[in-house]
Design a protein around this ligand. Structure first.
Ligand code: SAM
Length: 370
C-alpha cells in the first residue's frame, strides 16, 4: 500500500486567506449587509493621520499640510474660547463645533489643545510624505491610523494625572499621551522587551531627552496581568490597548500573522488574555478614575464580550466595580472623519470604509466606581 504524503505535497494556505475566510464566516454574520463594504475597504490601502509633534519646530509645517488639503480633525471641532493653543491656526479652523448643542459638548472628554492630528477629508486618498526632522533632528509628525487616536482622546487625560499605558508597544498612543503635556507621571509598560525597545526608539526620535528620561516617564516590561495586584487603586487613567487579531494586518501581511496554523492556540487564547489585562487595568485604576479598553479588531468576541466578562470577573473576584460611559457624544463629534458601526451594545467601533479608510478601532470607556 502506498502511503499518501499529506504534509509534503499539500499546498500551504496563506495565513491571509485563512484570516479572510474566518472573517467572512464571523463578520458576515455580525455585520450582515455591511460586511462586503467593510471587507473591500480592509483589502484596500489604509488611510493615515499625521500626529503633529509639539516638541519639533518645522517652520511652515501646518500651513503646508493645510495647503495640501489636510485638516486637523482633533481641534477643528473645538468651539471658540476654549484656548485651543491654536498656533498657526487658520481663520475659520477650530471655530465651528461639529456637535450642535453645548450640553452635548460638555459631555465630551477634555481634548488636549496639544493633540493635533491632520487627515485628508473623506474621499480624498492623498498620502502624507515621511516626516521631516527639524534642525535638532526631531521628527515633525508621526503617521498612524487616525482612529487609533480616539482611545487616547476618550481617556480624558487632565492636568496632573498619573497614567498607566499597559500594552504600549510600538508606542503610537504613548507618544500621543505625551503630547498633552498634562501627565505628572506616565508608566509605559509592555511585556515584550524587544517591542519596548521600539517604544524607546520612537520616543527618542520624537521627544527631547528630558521628557522621556526623567522621573515623569517610567518604562517597564512586566506582564500586564500583574499590574492589578502590584498597583491596586493607583492611577487616574489606565489605557488597556490589548493584543488582538489586528484584522487589517491579518488580511494583508503574511509576516507575523496570528492566523498562521502554528499560532492557532495563541489566537484562541486571546479573549482570555484580553479579559485578564482589562481586569488588571480596572484594578490598577483609582476609584473615580478611568480605564479605557481598545483593540484593532471588529470581533465582538474580543471587544464587547471581553468588556462584559472583565466587568463580571472584576466585581466577583476583585471587588472592583466599573460603569460603562456613553461615547455617543464622541461619536457624533467625529462622524465627519470616521465611519462608525451602528448598534454597539458597549463602546464604539470605527469600521473601515473606502471614503474614510481608518480602523478597525474598538474603544470602551469605563469609570471605576468602587
Ligand atoms: N498601544 C500600542 C500603540 O498604540 O502603539 C499598541 C499595542 S499592541 C495592540 C499590543 C501590545 O500588547 C503588544 O506590543 C504586545 O507585546 C503587548 N502584550 C501582549 N501581551 C501582553 C501582556 N501580557 N502584558 C503586557 N503587554 C502585552
Amino acid at each position: 500500500r502506498v502511503k499518501t504524503k499529506w504534509a509534503a505535497t499539500l499546498p500551504r494556505i496563506p495565513a491571509t486567506s485563512l484570516a479572510l475566510h474566518n472573517f467572512d464566516v464571523n463578520y458576515g454574520l455580525q455585520f450582515g449587509d455591511l460586511w462586503p463594504s467593510v471587507r473591500v475597504a480592509m483589502l484596500c490601502e489604509q488611510k493615515y493621520g499625521a500626529l503633529i509633534n509639539n516638541f519639533s519646530d518645522v517652520p511652515g509645517l501646518l500651513s503646508e499640510l493645510r495647503f495640501k488639503g489636510a485638516r486637523d480633525f482633533v481641534q477643528s471641532g473645538r468651539s471658540l474660547g476654549e484656548g485651543t493653543g491654536g498656533a498657526g491656526r487658520l481663520p475659520g479652523e477650530g471655530l465651528t463645533p461639529a456637535t450642535g448643542s453645548t450640553e452635548e459638548e460638555s459631555m465630551l472628554p477634555e481634548m488636549s489643545p496639544n493633540i493635533r492630528c491632520f487627515v485628508f477629508p473623506k474621499g480624498d486618498i492623498a498620502r502624507f510624505k515621511p516626516a521631516r526632522p527639524d534642525s535638532c533632528g526631531t521628527l515633525s509628525y508621526y503617521l498612524l491610523d487616525a482612529a487609533s487616536l480616539l482611545p487616547v482622546l476618550a481617556l480624558d487625560v487632565r492636568e496632573g494625572h498619573t497614567v498607566l499605558d499597559l500594552c504600549a508597544a510600538p508606542g503610537g498612543k504613548t507618544l500621543a499621551l505625551l503630547q498633552t503635556h498634562a501627565i505628572s507621571q506616565l508608566t509605559v509598560n509592555d511585556v515584550s522587551e524587544s517591542r519596548m525597545n521600539r517604544v524607546r526608539r520612537t520616543l527618542q526620535s520624537y521627544l527631547p531627552r528630558e521628557v522621556w528620561s526623567g522621573n515623569r516617564v517610567a518604562m517597564t516590561t512586566i506582564d500586564g496581568q500583574l499590574w492589578g495586584e502590584m498597583a491596586r487603586s493607583t492611577f487616574d487613567r489606565v489605557l488597556v490597548d490589548v493584543p488582538c487579531t489586528t484584522d487589517r494586518h491579518s488580511v494583508m501581511e503574511e509576516e507575523n500573522n496570528i492566523f498562521k496554523k502554528m499560532r492557532t492556540k495563541e489566537r484562541q487564547k486571546l479573549p482570555a488574555l484580553q479579559t485578564q489585562l482589562l481586569v488588571a487595568g480596572m484594578e490598577a485604576t483609582r476609584p473615580g478614575g478611568v480605564v479605557l479598553y481598545s483593540t484593532c479588531t471588529l470581533s465582538q468576541l474580543q471587544n464587547e464580550m471581553v468588556v462584559e466578562q472583565a466587568m463580571h470577573v472584576a466585581q466577583d473576584e476583585r471587588g472592583v466595580t466599573v460603569e460603562v460611559e456613553d461615547l455617543g457624544p464622541l461619536e457624533r463629534h467625529f462622524e465627519s472623519t470616521f465611519h462608525f458601526a451602528p448598534r454597539q451594545r458597549l463602546g464604539l467601533l470605527v469600521i473601515p470604509h473606502l471614503t474614510a479608510n481608518f480602523g478597525p478601532t474598538y474603544l470602551c470607556k469605563l469609570r471605576r466606581v468602587r
